[in-house]
Design a protein around this ligand. Structure first.
Ligand code: 1PR
Length: 537
């Protein structure tokens, strides 16, 4: 990306680099990147940009690398079997150590730990910023001239680089709310940055009793579908039933009423961004029926939302390979690519993951490279692939009564059964399959998913709290982050799920749509409970 003149992003002449001359003529370059390092270095090489970029950087011209745009500056990375970087910053990018028990990828809002004074760090102040990565650079003697700030996750890693006019961030300024926008503003307008109040490093360590470090995330979810009049609406079900009960007095003669309409997707997403949601998720809940690439309304929803919402966006529903009416085959990678280009940061795979898990276990637990999860994860990185699970509780008298992973439950079944397991479903909960939630989670983590969105049909819309037994069983079984979903009814339900399980994030829909609970109330409750939480935008 090339910007001229250096000014606010919105008012700048901003063009995409399309040839080496663009790099030579740029007055500023922003190199954003997300995905797998091998793909990025291969693309830079193939397009002939490598030498021009090295010359640009060595001439100390203004540059901002983001995520992969930072990693590519190093000597190399161990990702994708080992790739060579631009060799501008000493060191090798390595994966976080998964044996330390923290979920990898490192996803979410974390603090910067300043190592030097910098006007650009002053622009961020003490606000948390958004990270999403499995690989990182680590500070050492060789690269210490470059390290402007580190972060803390299973030890210290490099979060921000700066030397002269060259800046780079492992975090995503474009997804870090107001803090990130201020950082970009400062990069584009150094005079404005210089006028920002100095960050006092000791003040930045004061936490008022709320732990620093990676915050537990609060996610707003919008279930989207067309209503009976063809309008795309945010809806919300009770145990996945999104229709109002039939109005007997209408004499309609139907057992089902209208699809519940709780608002417009882009408007609601904007409201949740302003209210402090850490992420926004769209689920196209009829995606299993329709042809996803032809689903232009969802692509447009993402395009419009990403213009004004500067936190990560996930989209789910219909992420799978399919053959269109003209007989043309569209691989899942193409479907996902259309969503990423429209502004999604992650795609969420539902039914297709269950079918992939069945085939995986039938092969004896061996990946064969054929699944959407593997294709998207290899191309865009594990952090871009969420698997959404729609499980339903099944009670049994004893663990021997089933081959599935059971837990002893505190809420016995209708006939006093003391054990249960969670059956995965497809087609919006309509069809149960012979895979349980723990099996599915283990399988998709092995195939390369970066995160699990763990719904619960029994709790959906109930407001009685998350199914803590389910969330604990799944988050204990995998090392990738788990998002607890379904059942939030009051702020303390979020604190409960973070205190009692390994969930990295918690998602809610109904209570936010109906304005019964504000996101700020949820976060205030978490802060009171001593749970790390991002409170300032
Ligand atoms: O199978 O890849 O096409 O994906 C379909 C996606 O649509 C899946 O992620 C699946 O969870 C979702 N989905 C399908 N049908 C429904 C439905 O409601 N009829 N929604 C549905 C799932 C669950 C959550 C909900 C939480 C929180 N909804 O998204 O937002 O339960 O609700 P609450 O806080 O009000 O309790 P594919």
């Amino acid at each position: 990306m090339l910007i001229d003149p250096p000014h606010m992003l919105t008012t700048s002449r901003l063009c995409q680099v399309s040839c080496v001359k663009d790099i030579e003529n740029a007055s500023r370059i922003i190199f954003p990147g997300v995905g797998a390092c091998g793909q990025a270095t291969e693309a830079v090489q193939r397009m002939g940009y490598r030498e021009a970029l090295i010359d640009y950087l060595k001439a100390d011209r203004p540059f901002l690398g983001i995520c992969l745009g930072m990693q590519i500056l190093f000597d190399g990375s161990t990702e994708n079997g080992g790739v060579e970087g631009l060799g501008v910053v000493p060191g090798t990018i390595r994966q976080f150590d998964t044996s330390l028990g923290l979920p990898v990828p490192h996803i979410g809002w974390n603090n910067l730990i300043p190592k030097k004074e910098s006007p650009l760090l002053n622009c961020v102040g003490d606000r948390r910023v958004y990270f999403v990565h499995s690989f990182a650079a680590f500070p050492d003697e060789e690269n210490k001239d470059w390290v402007l700030a580190t972060g803390e996750y299973a030890g210290e890693f490099v979060s921000t680089l700066q030397k002269g006019n060259v800046y780079a961030t492992q975090w995503h300024p474009e997804k870090s709310g107001a803090a990130g926008l201020d950082f970009i503003h400062g990069f584009l307008d150094p005079e404005w940055a210089a006028a920002q109040p100095r960050l006092d490093p000791s003040a930045s360590r004061a936490s008022n009793g709320v732990p620093r470090g990676l915050a537990k995330r609060v996610i707003a979810c919008l279930d989207v579908r067309a209503n009976d009049h063809g309008d795309l609406v945010v809806t919300k079900g009770d145990q996945y039933d999104v229709r109002e009960s039939a109005d007997a007095s209408s004499g309609a003669g139907s057992s089902k009423g209208e699809v519940r309409n709780l608002g417009k997707p882009v408007e609601l997403a904007g409201r949740y961004f302003e209210d402090g949601a850490d992420e926004v998720t769209f689920l196209n809940i009829t995606g299993f029926r329709d042809s996803p690439v032809a689903d232009l309304p969802m692509l447009e929803v993402l395009r419009q939302t990403s213009r004004g919402v500067f936190v990560p966006l996930t989209v789910g529903g219909g992420i799978r390979s399919f053959t269109d009416a003209a007989g043309v085959h569209h691989p899942a990678l193409e479907v996902a690519g259309a969503y990423f280009r429209s502004g999604a940061d992650k795609v969420s795979i539902g039914g297709d993951a269950v079918l992939a898990a069945e085939a995986y276990y039938a092969r004896g637990g061996v990946p064969d490279g054929s699944t959407a999860i593997e294709a998207i994860s290899t191309h865009y990185g594990a952090q871009a692939v969420v698997v959404s699970i729609d499980p339903r509780r099944v009670y049994v008298r004893a663990p021997e009564d089933t081959e599935h992973v059971t837990v002893e439950t505190a809420t016995p079944g209708p006939n006093g059964e003391r054990y249960c397991w969670w059956q995965c479903t497809v087609r919006g909960g309509r069809e149960g399959r012979d895979v349980d939630a723990v099996q599915l989670a283990r399988c998709v983590a092995h195939l390369g998913a970066g995160e699990i969105l763990l719904n619960c049909i029994d709790r959906d819309g109930a407001g009685s709290g998350f199914d803590l037994e389910l969330v604990k069983a799944v988050s204990d079984a995998v090392t990738i982050p788990v998002i607890a979903s379904s059942g939030a009814g009051r702020p303390s339900h979020f604190s409960d799920v973070f205190r009692e399980t390994g969930a990295a994030a918690a998602l809610a829909a109904g209570i936010f749509h109906r304005r019964e609970v504000a996101i700020a109330e949820v976060k205030a409750d978490m802060a009171r409970a001593g749970i790390p939480v991002r409170q300032s935008a």
